[in-house]
Design a protein around this ligand. Structure first.
Ligand code: GLU
Length: 488
């Protein structure tokens, strides 16, 4: 194991954005970031975009935007630069090709001329014989004659790494001692026939050249580690300089299946659109496989940095729990100052066209926010909660429309109107007194039956912010006119 006292800790986050970053990616990024910040080391952000058909510029831009939105930052990477760039693998193709050729020259790798069909046929035979499928070493030691024949046939070789007999052993910082017997790690392709590198080559070369000391990444990549270590060897890296590995536990869905990109609620973009706060997402994801050492559920980014150690990362799978995330989000919303809450809520109201964003509207929203702050768990809920303040006429949803037409409801609305007309000081306390007098004392109704129809008449829905405060915000004229138009 390397003498860590001598080297600065360098972690890296290396996504291949073939879509929006998902929960698993972000959990990895957050842990990489927290580890770098905790140790005073560096975080490198590298884009693994050798597959340019699937990793597009747009996805890369969105990945950067998402990470910044979450409050993460990095010391080296696209945009910020650094001494070991470029940080986009698509700009490093020559480096990979040079190394693959060096491996060829040194005999660590060899040209393999087997065609896809031949490989598939042999793999099928292995399956039939109950052997582990994998490359059988056919091209390991071709004669000059065989090579000439393949070339004459027009075959283009891939470059394949020679995997020696034996095993690879390393200490994973989360899982402990891990051993891979090489009979299960066949010779693997480094470069395709068209000269494009494979993940194993690019990732290992970059981790070495970028002087990465700690690879924290998802458990799904554990099995690629012996191949990467083989590349380090072939590059001539001393074992004491290999990066340390820490494979983070899987994130499972509530149904115990692995969360995947195919699952719609996995993309961080979705959480953002729903109105989850970045600090709530980070708080929740921090607890997904890591623990601060006590059972607190509320944690700030500063505390995460202060407390984050790999020893406290759990090796068993973590289960994603939407309810818990929502609870944390609700807590974080309640903790916002009104100015901050306003700033975060406005984009939702404007994008949904509930408001245009005029000064008058903004100041009304600001007055309304305190009465809903306790009641929402996602920012997006401000739209249905506050829209009634900004429409000329309420639109009843199907249920409420029918309800308000009922005879009992009509009687309530008429009584409410009559009691409110004389109220000139339009404060929620006066409104409440008038309505209680007329509906509860006067008509002898239970609060639910009394205020339900008034709520519908005022807001169009049976779900709304607190009624009397809502009426104060809406103003006397508009309230009276809504009550009038609810009477049929
Ligand atoms: N680019 C790889 C991925 O997105 C991760 C590489 C790594 O962390 O080693 O899955």
């Amino acid at each position: 194991m390397a003498d860590l006292a001598k080297r600065e800790i360098r972690t890296r986050f290396a996504p291949s954005p073939t879509g929006d970053l998902h929960v698993g990616n972000i959990r990895t990024a957050l842990f990489d970031w927290a580890y770098a910040r905790h140790t005073g080391g560096k975080l490198i952000f590298r884009i693994e975009d050798t597959d340019r058909e699937r990793v597009t510029d747009e996805y890369i831009a969105r990945a950067i935007d998402t990470l910044k939105w979450l409050g993460l930052n990095w010391d080296e990477g696209p945009e910020v630069g650094g001494s070991y760039g470029p940080y986009l693998q698509s700009q490093r193709l020559e480096i990979y090709s040079e190394w693959a050729n060096t491996f060829l020259k040194n005999g660590d790798a060899y040209n393999c001329y087997c065609s896809t069909e031949e490989l598939e046929a042999r793999r099928e035979a292995q399956r039939q014989a109950n052997q582990a499928p994998g490359y059988d070493g056919k091209c390991r030691s071709l004669t000059g004659e065989e090579i000439s024949r393949y070339q004459a046939e027009g075959r283009k070789p891939v470059i394949r790494m020679r995997m020696p007999d034996g095993e690879t052993r390393f200490t994973d910082l989360i899982r402990g001692e891990v051993v891979f017997e090489h009979k299960y790690v066949p010779d693997f392709v480094l470069m395709r026939a068209d000269g494009s590198p494979l993940y194993t080559l690019a990732v290992a070369v970059d981790d070495v050249l970028m002087k990465v000391t700690h690879v924290l990444r998802g458990e799904d990549l554990l099995s690629s580690t012996p191949r990467q270590i083989r590349v380090y060897q072939a590059m001539g890296v001393a074992p004491s300089d290999y990066p340390e590995f820490a494979h983070l536990p899987f994130v499972m869905g509530t149904d115990n299946a692995k969360l995947s990109k195919r699952n719609g609620e996995v993309s961080i973009a979705w959480y953002r659109e729903e109105g989850f706060l970045p600090e709530a997402i980070c708080n929740y994801l921090a607890l997904l496989g890591w623990s601060p050492g006590d059972d607190r559920e509320n944690i700030t980014m500063e505390e995460l940095v202060q407390l984050f150690t790999i020893e406290r990362v759990n090796s068993s799978p973590a289960r994603f729990d939407m309810k818990k995330l929502e609870a944390i989000n609700g807590d974080k919303i309640r903790a916002l100052s009104i100015e901050d809450f306003l700033e975060r809520a406005l984009p939702f109201l404007i994008t949904s066209k509930a408001i245009t964003g005029s000064d008058a509207q903004v100041s009304l929203v600001k007055k309304a926010l305190p009465i809903i702050q306790e009641r929402i768990v996602r920012l997006k809920e401000v739209i249905p909660m506050l829209s009634f303040l900004f429409v000329d006429q309420v639109e009843f949803d199907a249920n409420s429309g029918a309800k308000i037409g009922e005879a009992d409801a009509q009687k309530v609305v008429a009584a409410a109107l009559e009691s409110l007309e004389p109220v000139s000081d339009w404060s929620h306390t006066h409104i409440e007194t008038a309505l209680r007098n007329s509906l509860i004392d006067g008509l002898g109704l239970k609060p639910r039956n009394a205020f339900g129809p008034v709520r519908i008449a005022i807001t169009g829905s049976h779900i709304s912010p607190p009624l009397f405060e809502s009426m104060e915000l809406l103003g006397r004229e508009r309230c009276l006119s809504r009550l009038k138009s609810a009477i049929r």
